[in-house]
Design a protein around this ligand. Structure first.
Ligand code: ZN
Length: 188
């Protein structure tokens, strides 16, 4: 979600456990290679934000090496949607490439929309909210206020994502759970 710090990440709730189903090219056994995993995403249900979603994905791709975001609607495990929701923008994801990102119109008028898209994408890549962080930190979301326009992860965030994806989709993938990052409290 993309809210101020005082709304707290405590609203994040694990909803349901599900096996990961991200498209994977190889089924060979043997040592895991260092090749990046590709996560395919679909913007067809978020036409208003297509360009900012792409910009946010490009910001991630420029800073991480173990996972790559590529637009491909037919292969997508990550889908972006847009609309009006009193909870604001949110991500519903297993934190490992599968899920939905919702971008709220009202919030996108108040905050930098590329930052919102990149932030929610960060959840899909495995990062939690950290609203008390500075503007230079992407996962601080709306914490630094509406003047913050940074839409790129910092070095610590990029390193964390690289670590989470170091083994691709192998091993612990069945342990990933769908988590939603909404809030029950409207922006106030
Ligand atoms: Zn968030």
């Amino acid at each position: 979600m993309f809210k101020r710090a005082f709304l707290s990440a405590a609203f994040a709730i694990a909803v349901v456990a599900t096996p990961v189903s991200v498209a994977q090219a190889s089924t060979e056994s043997g040592p895991i290679t260092a090749a990046a995993v590709t996560v395919y995403y679909d913007t067809s249900s978020a036409p208003t934000f297509r360009s900012v979603i792409r910009a946010g994905a490009a910001n991630w791709n420029a800073r991480v090496s173990n996972v790559k975001l590529v637009e491909n609607s037919s292969a997508a495990t990550l889908r972006y949607r847009e609309g009006n929701d009193s909870r604001g923008s949110y991500a519903s994801s297993n934190g490992h490439g599968t899920g939905t990102v919702f971008i709220d119109y009202t919030q996108a008028r108040q905050y930098n929309s590329t930052r919102i898209a990149a932030h929610e994408t960060g959840h899909v890549l495995g990062l939690p909210d950290h609203y008390s962080g500075p503007c230079s930190e992407l996962m601080s979301g709306g914490g630094p206020g509406t003047s913050c326009t940074n839409a790129s992860p910092n070095a610590t965030e990029a390193a964390r994502v690289n670590s989470l994806w170091a083994n691709g989709l192998a091993s612990t993938s069945s342990e990933w759970k769908i988590t939603v990052y909404p809030t029950a409290v409207p922006v106030g």
